[in-house]
Ligand binder design. Structure first.
Ligand code: DQA
Length: 140
């Protein structure tokens, strides 16, 4: 059975009310429910967590390396400047898919660059919550 860790980064706990014109109306609980349903269909184990802190995300990446085969991560704004999260992804032997709800390449200049993307296996950006499901399917 494949084992996948899903990490949601900062401010994603506010989904549903946070800039819904950008991020949609689905809450994080609803998105997580969709991920769990897809995982059940695919027959894989999924664990999901959300952290606002950079250090917590790094610790979760290290911990995932102990049990998971793959990591799906939306690093939120850390995407654009966290070399520490980039290094954590590089340091572990996991297949990693970066997900963004919005299309970061169609937004403000500072969002167009991901410092984490080059050390991941792929990026899914702009498909809303479905991006997490596409990421899950990419492991099969
Ligand atoms: C985001 C895009 C980031 O630029 C932003 O800081 C987020 C969410 C997305 O999912 O579209 O917090 O990662």
């Amino acid at each position: 059975m494949k084992k996948i860790m899903v990490i949601h980064g900062p401010n994603l706990n506010l989904l549903g009310t946070r800039e819904p014109e950008v991020y949609g109306y689905a809450t994080l609980a609803e998105i997580n429910h969709r991920i769990e349903q897809a995982a059940a269909k695919l027959g894989c184990e999924v664990r999901i967590a959300q952290y606002n802190g950079e250090g917590e995300i790094i610790a979760a990446i290290h911990a995932a390396a102990e049990w998971a085969d793959g990591l799906i991560i939306n690093p939120g704004a850390y995407t654009h400047y966290s070399y520490a999260i980039r290094d954590a992804i590089s340091a572990v032997n996991l297949t990693v898919v970066e997900v963004h709800l919005s299309n970061i390449f169609a937004r403000e200049d500072f969002r167009r660059n991901s410092v984490t993307a080059p050390v991941t296996d792929g990026v899914i950006s702009g498909f809303g919550p479905t991006g997490y499901i596409l990421a899950l399917y990419s492991f099969f």
